[in-house]
Design a protein around this ligand. Structure first.
Ligand code: NAP
Length: 305
């Protein structure tokens, strides 16, 4: 009998994972925020995945965090700012040796979660897959990509990677997951805040080449100082490549701000600036970028942390 995949968070990524696992015949249970969300979910009859214009409805069973069934494997699919509280809500249900897969972007939330559940194995993920919600309990698979998974304290891969393969979830076990997370954080810091401040698509940053280059130089210095030289390699070149390759897209931070949603700033630019301060590193442009972004968020009445 396969171990049940508990998926906490029926948002974009949670739905993308839960529906593919369930479609492969694996046991999946969704953990929803509260009884009201559970009732709404049950009324919808399941989760819908929209892929290449085709919708499929999967009647995955739902529950709330207060259900009593023990949890052996949990996919944590909420935003970084919700991760610690969400894990605290299910902590009493974790079995000894439970495994958590953390899908959060940025850095900081993984350590906060691991500290909450020292009895569990926490596996961090970094994903280039893209999905968005076009309605409650409906997710559109917008961009094919890859997910790297790894545990910096424990290089042995978990046994369930085969189940991801069987579910058609492209992935790779990485012994350098921290380097991947830092690299993605640096790319995000060089692109996303500027797209908000200049109110442009990613491609609009081609008009701000010098600003991008200065940020890349400071971010590379930070990565070196934080013991992540591999994440600093050719950073500016990759940032420029991403700006070109995604020229027509609005960054996730731009989308969050324009839709009046909270951003993950504290786990991205905020984390970078805190790391710089810890190392007594002066990175004036990065610090100024954070200040400008905080001001912009406050002007819009959005949380700035
Ligand atoms: P999302 O669509 O906002 O989904 C988050 C879900 O978590 C929401 O459904 C929310 O519930 C739920 N949630 C929060 N706290 C909860 C709790 N205590 N109990 C139960 N459910 C809870 O977010 P997302 O886009 O999937 O992003 C998740 C993470 O993946 C983020 O760190 C993001 O940066 C990263 N990521 C996303 C993508 C993407 O394409 N979407 C790509 C790469 C990485 P409610 O619906 O009730 O609010």
């Amino acid at each position: 009998m396969s171990t049940t995949w508990h998926v906490l968070g029926a948002g974009s990524l949670g739905t993308l994972w839960a529906t593919r696992l369930a479609r492969a015949g694996l046991p999946v249970r969704l953990i929803l925020r509260d009884p009201a969300r559970l009732r709404a979910y049950q009324a919808a009859g399941g989760l819908t995945l929209v892929e290449q214009g085709q919708s499929s409805l999967l009647a995955i069973p739902g529950e709330t965090s207060t259900s009593s069934a023990p949890i052996q494997r949990l996919l944590l699919a909420c935003k970084a700012y919700d991760a610690e509280a969400a894990v605290a809500s299910i902590a009493p249900r974790l079995e000894p040796g439970a495994e958590l897969i953390l899908l959060q972007n940025g850095l900081g939330s993984q350590d906060a979660v691991a500290a909450r559940v020292p009895q569990a194995r926490c596996i961090a993920a970094s994903s280039t897959e893209g999905a968005f919600r076009d309605g409650d309990w409906r997710v559109v698979f917008a961009g094919h990509g890859y997910t790297w998974l790894g545990d910096s304290g424990h290089p042995t891969p978990p046994i369930w990677l085969d189940e991801l393969a069987a579910s058609g979830i492209p992935h790779e076990w990485s012994t350098q997951i921290l380097t991947r997370l830092w690299r993605k954080l640096a790319l995000n810091c060089a692109i996303n805040p500027l797209t908000v401040l200049h109110d442009c698509r990613n491609g609009g940053l081609q008009q701000h080449h010098c600003e991008v280059a200065t940020l890349c130089a400071e971010l590379s210095e930070l990565l070196q100082c934080c013991g992540q030289p591999a994440a600093a390699e050719n950073l500016q070149q990759e940032v420029e490549r991403v700006i070109l390759a995604t020229a027509a897209n609005y960054s996730s931070m731009h989308q969050d701000v324009s839709n009046g949603r909270r951003t993950e700033i504290s786990y991205l630019l905020g984390y970078a600036c805190e790391a710089a301060a810890r190392h007594r590193l002066q990175l004036p442009h990065l610090q100024q970028l954070q200040q400008r972004l905080v001001n912009q968020l406050q002007q819009r009445g959005l949380p700035s942390a």
